[in-house]
Design a protein around this ligand. Structure first.
Ligand SMILES: Nc1nc2c(ncn2[C@@H]2O[C@H](COP(=O)(O)OP(=O)(O)OP(=O)(O)O)[C@@H](O)[C@H]2O)c(=O)[nH]1
Length: 194
């Protein structure tokens, strides 16, 4: 089945985006992209690949840095007047919402974010970012400036022939509740954080 895209306007507090709803994707999930401005022209467009996080994105949870990263990415795109937010339905680094809350419960008992995933029978990170490259292909984008601290996102795009001309660090949302979580991301998951 071929992927299909449905486009509509999406006015936001940062300006007007186009929302692209992607269905019939290879992983069977419904993904979303928001775009602003001319995304195919030079210089290469600013792109954020964001994994779904209901607790951080919608409920302003301080356990992670997802909400502030999402907002900062949309703001940076609006400031440039062009860019793409790819919103992947990869809740809980791919383990799903209920399993993420199970992982939070284990973290409440002292495990770190990686140990909790492993003890639930998952890998530390279940995500496959190839789907983000598929979405950029559908949007006809071949070169990007990628906002991320996660080297796996950079290598996944490059493996799929999307050139990452620049990695733009995205360090927002550090707070006392997520200090240990961010340290674990840095120490065990390879995120480029100070
Ligand atoms: N399993 C699990 N998932 C989490 C936890 N905290 C946040 N997440 C999920 O992690 C994903 C966000 O991943 P991050 O590791 O924060 O960031 P990243 O996307 O790898 O990298 P950046 O591009 O640098 O932000 C979202 O899907 C969140 O729901 C946790 O403790 N356990």
């Amino acid at each position: 089945m071929m992927p299909q895209t449905i486009n509509a306007k999406l006015p936001t507090q940062w300006g007007e985006f186009t929302i692209h709803a992607l269905e019939k994707m290879p992983d069977g999930k419904e993904h979303i992209a928001l775009s602003m401005g001319n995304i195919q022209s030079d210089p290469p467009v600013l792109v954020r690949i964001h994994s779904e996080c209901l607790t951080g994105d919608a409920f302003a949870s301080l356990r992670c840095d997802c909400g502030p990263q999402l907002e900062a990415a949309l703001e940076k795109i609006a400031t440039e007047g062009r860019g793409i937010l790819v919103y992947l339905r990869q809740e809980g680094r791919g383990i799903g919402l209920v399993n993420k809350i199970k992982a939070y419960a284990l973290q409440d008992q002292g495990q770190d974010t990686v140990e909790a995933n492993i003890n639930l029978g998952f890998k530390a990170d279940q995500r496959d970012f190839t789907i983000a490259a598929n979405i950029l292909d559908i949007l006809d984008v071949k070169k990007v400036r990628l906002m991320t601290n996660n080297p796996r996102k950079v290598s996944a795009l490059e493996t799929a022939n999307i050139e990452v001309v620049e990695r733009v660090p995205l360090k927002f949302g550090r707070n006392p509740h997520n200090e240990a979580y961010l340290l674990t991301k840095h120490g065990k998951l390879g995120h480029l954080l100070d």
